[in-house]
Design a protein around this ligand. Structure first.
Ligand code: GZL
Length: 326
């Protein structure tokens, strides 16, 4: 069974303080000052099973840690996240945390938070800002690594194949860190193997509906599809519907490699419909609350905290299904 390691791997000179702070659970976050720690969190949306698990993890962790959480759902719109951050600044929250829906366009509002002396923590997705003073820490996965793992599996899976292997790619939200990085990591992993041809690549915006719609278009426009690489399970699950409605067998006629590792994808794997899944861990809540407490207390925290994740074959997913939390 693939080892699912959600340990914290700390980069940079700082010593990891997260492990020392235990589960972050229990007790109030006010350290006897009487003031409850207030965190403003701007969430991308509710576009996928991964996202709802991430939201649940953050909300439950806040409750457990005695943190007052002001939570806003941006419905995948950057302007809504910017509005939410401005509102948190007006409310003078202690810490702002968010998962940026796209990488660019954050400097202005993050500068406003900095001028208001409110520290910002990035979770899940990164920003491409050059000014590192605009946030204190980034907690989340390495998406390039995830794309690489998907590509490496494909290279192994088709090691004996001689002819062209036609790949279609369902990309995540345009401009988002996971879409950019999972695409580049995958491309790097297969670039030495000319047999792999990415014959079509388009965004499915991380949703089932769009994933299905784009896969329907691929099936119409592409004479030969051997593999689907989906940047998340929800798009893969939508694509499975399209493949089956076209009278083809997902996992057999068209092999599928995906990312996230949500329960519904594990069920599809147990049915032979998805061939490999690269895990992306959404359970960041406890680590985020521990970070927020330390940041508020003025303690040193790591600039980059990377969650370690596993990969799953159908056998491993089937075995993991009964205990899968999300
Ligand atoms: C990855 C996260 C992505 C997931 C998708 O950390 O940002 O967004 O892979 C989700 O399921 O929509």
């Amino acid at each position: 069974m693939s080892k699912r390691v959600a340990s914290v791997l700390v980069t940079g000179a700082m010593v990891a303080v997260l492990a020392a702070c235990g589960s972050g659970g229990g007790g109030s976050a006010d350290k006897g000052s009487g003031h409850k720690l207030v965190v403003g969190f701007s969430q991308v949306g509710a576009e996928s099973g991964w996202r709802t698990a991430n939201t649940k993890s953050i909300q439950e962790a806040a409750k457990k840690a005695g943190v007052e959480l002001k939570f806003s759902d941006a419905q995948q719109k950057q302007e809504n996240q910017i509005k939410a951050i401005r509102s948190f600044i007006q409310q003078k929250v202690d810490v702002i945390a968010f998962s940026p829906v796209v990488e660019s366009g954050w400097d202005t509002v993050l500068k406003e938070a900095k001028d208001a002396h409110i520290p910002v923590i990035l979770t899940d997705r990164a920003v491409d800002s050059k000014d590192e003073s605009l946030y204190v820490s980034f907690l989340g996965s390495d998406f390039v690594e995830e794309g690489k793992k998907a590509g490496e599996w494909l290279v192994k899976e088709y090691a004996a194949a001689s002819g062209d292997v036609n790949v279609v790619q369902l990309e995540g939200t345009t401009g988002s860190a996971p879409a950019n990085d999972r695409k580049s990591g995958f491309a790097d992993a297969v670039k030495g193997e000319p047999k792999f041809k990415v014959v079509a690549s388009q965004t499915g915006d991380f949703t089932r509906a769009k994933g299905k719609e784009v896969m329907q278009a691929f099936l119409k426009s592409q004479p030969k599809i051997d593999v689907l690489y989906a940047h998340n399970d929800d798009m893969a699950l939508g694509a499975i519907q399209a493949i089956e409605e076209a009278g083809r067998k997902p996992g057999t006629d068209i092999k599928i490699v995906s990312v996230d590792g949500v329960k519904d994808a594990f069920t599809a794997m147990s049915q032979g419909k998805i061939n490999f899944d690269v895990e992306c861990n959404p359970l960041l809540g406890d680590q985020l609350m521990d970070l927020a407490k330390k940041v508020k207390a003025g303690e040193q925290v790591p600039r980059r905290i990377k969650t370690e994740e596993g990969t799953f074959t159908p056998e491993q997913a089937t075995a993991a299904l009964p205990n899968r939390q999300y």
